[in-house]
Write a protein that binds this ligand. Sequence first.
Ligand code: AMP
Ligand code: ZN
Length: 470
Amino acid sequence: MQLRLYDTLTRGKRPFVPLDPNHVRMYVCGPTVYDFAHIGNARPVIVFDVLFRLLRHVYGENHVKYVRNVTDVDDKINDRAARDYPGLPLNEAIRKVTEQTERQFHEDVDALGALRPTVEPRATEHIAEMRVLIEKLVADGFAYVAEDHVLFSPQAMNAANSGLPRYGALANRSLDEMIAGARVDVAPYKRDNTDFVLWKPAKPGEPSWPSPSGIAAPGRPGWHIECSAMAWKHLGEQFDIHGGGIDLVFPHHENELAQSCCAFHEARMANTWMHNGFLQVEGEKMSKSLGNFVTIRELLADWPGEVLRLNMLRTHYRSPIDWTLRGLEESARTLDDWYAVAADAVGDRPAEAIVEALSDDLNTAQAIAALHGLRNAAVSDEQARGTFAASLRFLGFLGQSAAEWKGRKQQASGIDPKWVEGLISDRAAARGRKDFKESDRIRDELAAKGVVLKDGKDADGKPVTTWELA
Ligand code: AMP
Ligand code: ZN
C-alpha cells in the first residue's frame, strides 16, 4: 500500500518516500506553555498522532522518530509568570509556569489517546544550536546584526540564486508583493520591512542568554529560529515531514524553511509539509471575547477523551472542522456501541481497509466509515471482532476495558452503581412477594435517572436483571 500525503509546498498529494525508511523523521510544532491548551490545539496533536501510528505500522515501531517541541520562551509566558507569581524572581516564576503548563498539556493529550512523541525538546535547552545557526547565516550574508538584533533578509535569500528555494514558495506569496504590502513604519534597525528577527535584546529582568558574535549584551531568540534549531539537533539538516496547523504556514514555517535551507545550503528542509485545517466552535471562530473558547481540560470534565478524539477524526484533517455539541453526542453514542461490541476482544492486526484509508492522505473519515462496516461484521463473528478491536486500538481507541468505559459514564452521570444495585434487589424482593406496584415504582424511579433495566435469565435459567444508562 503506497502512502500518499498532501504537501503544502508543492500543493499536491504525492507518494511518500522517506529519506531513510529505517529512520523516518517527523517534526511538529508544539505548544507555547503558558496556559491550558484549547480544543483547537488538540487538532494537530490528534492528527499527527494518527500519522505517527501509521508510520510506525508501515516502517516499524523503532524506525520512526517524532519530535514535537515545547516553546518555553515567549512574551506570553513572561507576562503570565509576572501575573501569577508576583513575589518570585521572574526566572523562577517562569519555570513554575512552564513546568506546570507542560504537565497539564501532557495530562490532557494523554487522555486524548495520543502517544508521546519520541522527543519533546524545550527551546531553552537549544540556545547553543540557535546561536550556531544564526552565526552561519550572518557569515554567509543571509542575516545581519543591527542595534543588538540579528535579522534575516529574505531579499538576500532570493538574490543568492544558488539552488535555494524561493522565499514565499511555501505560503505561495511573492516577495515583491510582500514588500509592497508591508507596513511603512518599519522598525529602524531593519534594512527592509520584510526582514525578520533571529535574535533580539532582552528587557531587564527577562531571561537572556549570551548573544551570537557581534553582540555584547545578552539577548533572546526569535520564535522561528527555535524550531530550525530543534529540528536540526534531533532530525538532521533534512527530514521527512514537518507539520502544524494551517496558521503556521506563514510566517512561521516559511521562515523556518528559509533559515534552515540557507544555513545548510539545501533546497529543502522537509520533504513533505503538512498542515491541519482550523477548528471553529458551533459555527464561529473560537475566541475568548465570543465566550466560545473551550479548553481540552473543560471538555474532559464532560466527555471521555476518546469521544473528543473520534469527534476530531470524523473530519479530514485538511478541512475546517466545526466543533459542536451535537457532534460530540453522536461521537459518544458511536463509542458506546463500539465498546459494547469490541471491548475486551483480542486481535493483533488492524483491517487492511483502515490502513488503506489512512494511506490516502490520512483519510480518517473513510477509516471511520470502514470501522462501521467492521463493527457490523464483528457482531456475529469472533475473528471479525478481533480485527475490529485491533483496528480501534490502532487508531487510538479502546484504551479502556468495557467495565471501565461503563463505570466512567456512570461516574459522569452521577449515578452510584451501589444505589442502582440496591434498588434492583429491592425490586426483585417486591416481585417475589408479587407486589408489582412497588416493583413498577422502582423501575420508574430508576428510569427517571436514566437507568434502564433489562430482565433476562442467567446461564442456569434463573431470572437476572441488568442495567445500563439510557
Ligand atoms: P499555538 O500554541 O497557538 O502556537 O498552537 C499550537 C498548535 O495548535 C499549532 O500547530 C497551531 O497551528 C494549532 N492551532 C491553534 N489554534 C487552532 C485551531 N483553532 N484549529 C486548529 N489548530 C489550531
Ligand atoms: Zn515551529
